[in-house]
Design a binder for this molecule. Structure first.
Ligand code: KG4
Ligand code: ZN
Length: 329
């Protein structure tokens, strides 16, 4: 019988659970999204998120187990996100996983959320050729990492302040659009002209990122130029974000060649980012690897696959929330 891990993810506003084999096959997966709830607030409301996780987590675990017919006692392990994330949301996942593990007699492993995202590209089929350069662009994070093999991760760049997804969401709020902002900004940007010269923060300054100055520049511009079509503001903002993201990828790939460029995280859904990354990879002769969108945004399967890396390394992270924002194991 194939050994399976139950992956549980509750770091932000999705209650996600999946069953995953050692080679990344996803036997069952369910995501209870809170997007509609948080849309009212224009962003994720942490206390509301924790409460929704409490309501959703056991029904979601039950659904995945019933769908697959797997007996909980037969699980190899439960892997649960321990951070980075909203502390209340993380606590719900950790407490639930700990209780289930004790009740079922199954080991529980605390998993770093970012390690989950970085491994999401190998779900369902092996897509990544190593060594790989990984760009993670989500609502909570923006980082560049090199992976020499699954689980062997070296962080080479991160944001000094906001993530790129956060900048998309904040600019969407300034333009009176809903949450999450990424998809709406993208749609608007397509019909606008990128004529406003917004700053390209840290463009020629190493592999780290910064997006808070760009966000403030958009806010100042809107206050001073209320008549400018919002489509042009969106197009100019997207152009600034993408120029920075792709310039850093180009530098990293030139400094140390890789077989694949892997882009994961919610912002990887951006069609413009996908198109520009394809052009960059063609230019450099690197394979572009974009996992299906359902594995790009938060899900339980990526946590399940990362759990197998922890098990292979014999590493059991403590079952309390991770308070740092890093990629620690
Ligand atoms: O990975 P994710 O689902 O959750 C986190 O771990 O944060 O990423 C969510 C982020 C949000 O900021 C959202 O605005 C952005 O991904 N996003 C997009 C698109 N779809 C979602 N950004 C740009 N273009 C999109 N099409
Ligand atoms: Zn995430």
């Amino acid at each position: 019988m194939t050994e399976l891990v139950l992956g549980i993810e509750t770091s932000c506003d999705d209650t996600a659970v999946a069953l995953v084999s050692r080679d990344g096959q996803v036997v069952a997966s369910a995501v209870a999204s809170q997007t509609e709830i948080h849309n009212r607030y224009g962003g994720v409301y942490p206390e509301v998120a924790s409460r929704a996780h409490v309501d959703k987590i056991l029904p979601t675990v039950r659904m995945v187990l019933e769908d697959s017919g797997v007996r909980p006692q037969d699980l190899r392990a439960i892997g649960v996100t321990r951070g980075p994330g909203l502390i209340g949301s993380l606590m719900v996942g950790l407490d639930t996983a700990t209780g289930l593990g004790q009740g079922w007699g199954v080991p529980v492993v605390g998993v770093n959320h970012l390690r989950g995202h970085l491994r999401s590209a190998d779900l369902e089929e092996k897509r990544v050729d190593y060594p790989a350069l990984i760009l993670l662009v989500s609502g909570g994070h923006t980082l560049l990492a090199r992976m020499s093999s699954p689980g062997e991760i070296k962080l080479i760049g991160t944001t000094k302040d906001d993530s790129v997804g956060e900048a998309y969401d904040k600019v969407a709020r300034m333009l009176g659009l809903g949450y999450p902002g990424g998809p709406v900004i993208d749609r608007m940007a397509k019909t606008g002209t990128p004529s406003i010269p917004f700053p390209r923060p840290m463009l020629h300054d190493g592999l780290d990122f910064s997006f808070s100055g760009l966000k403030s520049a958009v806010s100042r511009y809107l206050a001073a130029n209320p008549q400018t079509p919002h489509e042009d503001v969106a197009a100019s903002f997207v152009a600034a974000c993408l120029e920075v993201l792709l310039a850093k990828c180009r530098t990293a790939l030139t400094d140390s060649p890789a077989q694949s460029l892997v882009i994961v995280g919610g912002v990887a859904a951006s069609p413009q980012l996908r198109a520009e990354a394809a052009a960059l990879c063609e230019d450099l002769g690197v394979e572009l690897c974009l996992p299906p969108l359902k594995w790009s945004t938060d899900n339980g399967a990526m946590i399940g696959l990362a759990t197998w890396d922890y098990l292979a390394a014999g590493f059991t992270a403590p079952l309390r929330p991770q308070t740092s924002l890093t990629i620690e194991q």
